[in-house]
Design a protein around this ligand. Sequence first.
Ligand code: DGJ
Length: 341
Amino acid sequence: MPIRYCVRFLIAAIALAVLPRACIAAPHTTIRPGAVWLDKQGHGIEAHGGGILYHDHTWYWFGTDRNPQLDAAKRYVRCYSSHDLIHWKNRGHALTLADPEHLGPRWVLERPKAYYSPLTHQFVMYMHLDDAHYKYAHVGVAESNKITGPYHFVASFRPLGLESRDIGQFVDDDGQAYLVFESRPSGGFYVARLSPDRLSVRTPAVAFFHIPLEGGALVHYDGMYYVMGSHLTGWRANPNVYAAAPTLSGPWTEFREVAPGSPNTYGGQSTFLLKVAGTKTSTVIFMGDIWKPRALWDSRYLWMPLEIKDGRMLLPEPEPWTINTKTGITTIYPKQPRPMQ
Ligand code: DGJ
């Protein structure tokens, strides 16, 4: 190697060793909470209130597409796929739905979540269906033989006969699938098992919590279950809380704030807890929405790895970060210092 390259290499190595971490630029393979997140084609990702389904070594992200240029009479769920959780390929609209239950103008489709049924080999999508006043309070169910859709509307119902608004999805390590749903008349929220074909909700509920929580999510990590949600403050962020238990039927700890360092969970609302089981470690990612109620399409995503130990969970201050999905190891890049004045 010519001497000038050796010298340059040496200078670069010394600089990297002596520079404080904060001065090292985060590479482009980072997730930047709160920033515009572009898909592989360079368009902003439209997958709000979303969830993830891991299938055939690929992650599929489903969420509502709020693009105001779409047909205002219809609702859309978009799907993206990824092999590294950082770069996402737009797979188009998994579901395009015209008001399926005569819910009227400004009808609501929120928080789509997809499951796979090993029994029927079909993919089943749950969603919150409502009228403009949030009085219908049903889940909608759609089905497809392809993970990316198109999904066809099957039915809407009230799980366990109860009002259901925000929903969350959970598939345990043993393959059992669950629906999390908020039901405010009972002053709480439920976790209920789905049937093997994923088309119906089994009674009785496996867990009920005496606290109405939206944005419900659940994860099984290191021998403990962690359930999470936000309080009911519309689109405004609030302190999201979690509880832990060794089994789904409890005993559950009290609810604690997941981000005690922030009055409103850094502006985010939980939508999903994604476990990435790598060869070296397992990481649980907090997936949240930073809503912009006046421009929902421009709402942002707050994804951060959680710190979890012995029944305690902590959402650290959002920073750019990356994950190696093979090993499960994450690296956080502290924010860049302000430029010198
Ligand atoms: C909070 C819920 O989490 C959202 O999905 C949405 O329904 C808003 N409320 C509507 O105000």
